[in-house]
Design a protein around this ligand. Structure first.
Ligand code: GAR
Length: 202
């Protein structure tokens, strides 16, 4: 049994929430010494919020702003305040589709990680699996990295490769990448919780 207290997580997502479920399941299976303190979405109707509520987690959704790709600074400040109030130690972007700006970065320096569906630095940005398919390459994968002010540009923590098959569609490729995401993201959080990955201070 671990002597460390559970690592307090704040999870941010915009979509289906399958990576959040993978984290929650790993905790419940006793394979990750962490606790989900709050689940936050930038979209009030995102499935991740319903899933989190069904599992009894505290949730919060951002007030509706004027942009699709980023939050207004005052909204991002509210988001950071929610994470602080929940005493989060590590912020996990699990399908969070907004660019992270100064209010959140400054509130949790070196304590935000993201899962991205490609082998970064290849294919940053949206629909990375489609970018990989279009590029006609043999493999892609997923990456967990620290978040900084450069979109999908922070230092890489871990990656898993996924082959691109001749008959792959965007859907089949993304589904196979997600199978690996669901293992990689909890594994990285476990290593952080065990002190095996030192949190980036930059
Ligand atoms: C995941 O594939 C994740 O890598 C991707 O969104 C999906 C969310 O799925 N994130 C990005 O593209 C971030 N740039 P989920 O909501 O089922 O976890």
């Amino acid at each position: 049994m671990s002597l460390r207290p559970p690592l307090k997580l704040g999870i941010l997502g915009s979509g289906r929430g399958s990576n959040f479920i993978a984290i929650s399941d790993t905790i419940h299976a006793g394979r990750l010494n962490a606790s989900v303190e709050i689940v936050i979405s930038d979209l009030a109707d995102a499935p991740i919020l319903q899933l989190a509520q069904q599992r009894g987690y505290k949730t919060w959704s951002c007030p509706k702003g004027n942009f699709k790709t980023k939050l207004e600074p005052e909204i991002e400040e509210q988001l950071a305040a929610q994470l602080k109030a929940a005493n989060c130690e590590l912020i996990v972007l699990a399908g969070y589709m907004r660019v992270v700006k100064t209010p959140l970065l400054a509130a949790f320096p070196g304590r935000i990680i993201n899962i991205h569906p490609s082998l970064l630095p290849a294919f940053p940005g949206l629909n990375a699996w489609e970018q990989a398919l279009t590029a006609c390459i043999a493999q892609t994968g997923c990456t967990v990295h620290f978040v900084n002010e450069v979109v999908d540009g922070g230092s890489i923590i871990a990656q898993t490769k996924v082959p691109i098959l001749p008959d792959d569609t965007a859907e089949t490729l993304h589904a196979r990448i997600q199978v690996e995401e669901h293992k990689l993201l909890p594994a990285v959080i476990r290593q952080i919780s065990e002190g095996k990955i030192v949190l980036d201070r930059h």
